[in-house]
Design a protein around this ligand. Sequence first.
Ligand code: RUB
Length: 331
Amino acid sequence: MSVPQRVLDIAEGIRSMRIRGAGKIARAAAEALKIAAQEYRGGGGEEDFRKYMEHVAQILLSTRPTAVSLPNAVYYVMHRLEKASGSIGDLVDAVVAAADEFIRESLEAVQRIAMYGAKLIPSGAVVLTHCHSTAAVSVIAAAYKMGRVRKVYSTETRPFYQGRITMRHLLSAGVPATQIPDSAVRYIMREVDVVVVGADTITSNGALINKVGTSQVALAAHEARVRFYTAAETYKFSPATVIGEPVPIEFRDPSEIVPRGWIEAHRGIEVLNPAFDITPPNYIDAIITEMGVIPPQAAILVLMERYGWAIEKMRHREPPRLRFEETVDQR
Ligand code: RUB
């Protein structure tokens, strides 16, 4: 099955992190499905087109495992294809319309989040952020425009240094910003009034999966009684967690941490490079979504409203529940 080079380039861009950040990954995946549909050249009829699109969807889904925005974007478009009927032209139109809609709505979501989140920042605030999140930076930039932000601390975010991207964006928005090493978070926290970070995935119990180190930031904020907010579009909420699926944490190549030769020179040494971690809901003051500012405990309500259909589908795929005695026996 021949897949257009532009689609493979997008998939590779996501895998290699040339395209990164949960929102951008999701929009790129929607765009890739759109390109795939428009450039379909097979002559096998409707069934062939559906199989081809499913194949493209699988390629995109296999690029990075943690940010649920990726499967949510893919399923958004593929669900519309599933419901569509008619000629190949009609099916292509359905994919294009769904992809365009997803991209437009996801960009509008960031604007809304900026608007709602900015109001949570107290006047004259010192803000800390971790990694690079478009949603979090949008909140901070909007709050700065309202005259509320005095200064921002941005962590380097090793090993990939996404903090440098954050610095560039903050500086171009005119926001005074200072880069700090990740290890300085607890030291600097005494100056900070509020933490704002992005999200890769929000689980049904309101936990946040975001760039590794986020949970340490949250812990330091909690200890210092500093408010901790995550800016998360609702397509970053994971329907699969409602049926108990764990969120896979991506482990990247150790060469992002130490040079390849170093590992070889120290035989037997292990280097681990987890890309994300989990912040429990009790460390999160609020999740800023485009639907409004919610406590983490309300994550399930967002999931039911936004992904009720997907959760129903997943439930039907689940094997029948074990009887109570059987579950006890399993322990
Ligand atoms: C990026 C990261 C970001 C979220 C949210 O990780 O953890 O905080 O993806 O970003 P990586 P956004 O660099 O490994 O993709 O708000 O832009 O969606």
